[in-house]
Design a protein around this ligand. Sequence first.
Ligand code: SF4
Ligand code: SF4
Ligand code: SF4
Length: 159
Amino acid sequence: MVSMAKFFLEFTVEESCGKCAPCRIGNKRLHELLGQICEGKGKLEDLDRLKNMSLVIKDTSLCGLGQTSPNPVLSMMENFREEYLAHVNDKKCPAGQCKSLMKYIINAENCVGCTACARVCPVNAITGERKEVHLINQEICIKCGACFEKCKFDAIYIS
Ligand code: SF4
Ligand code: SF4
Ligand code: SF4
């Protein structure tokens, strides 16, 4: 829901004519803040900032576009607050949409060491000998998901 709210704002930022500051600048700030939350850099107080900024934009924008632009943010924060809290408190994206917050992990119990994942990894983030448990280096992983798709043993999960 956080990334969806960000997606809706992209449209507004693009379509704003720029005549009034609340819509022109406020929506950009809202978009930036949502982006930081999606990257795991959000803080709890950012949720209040999102709400306050949204209400100011609604109240002070000149036309319908600006007056309605924060509605997705407000309604999603109200109805899916736990998802926002998971992003800022736990640095997790329950829906698995925010790449920065995802981790691909190999379950040692399921991994048979077939090496298939390591062979498809575009950045050589997976190490391990044949028939031994493999390991993903989180510092290198770019979260492309190729290993997840490739593993036939359900040994890779997303956290
Ligand atoms: S609220 Fe309307 S007038 Fe103001 S910048 Fe946005 S589109 Fe233009
Ligand atoms: S593809 Fe799956 S089973 Fe094979 S090495 Fe990778 S994680 Fe282990
Ligand atoms: S998600 Fe992509 S980059 Fe990360 S370990 Fe798997 S294949 Fe490599």
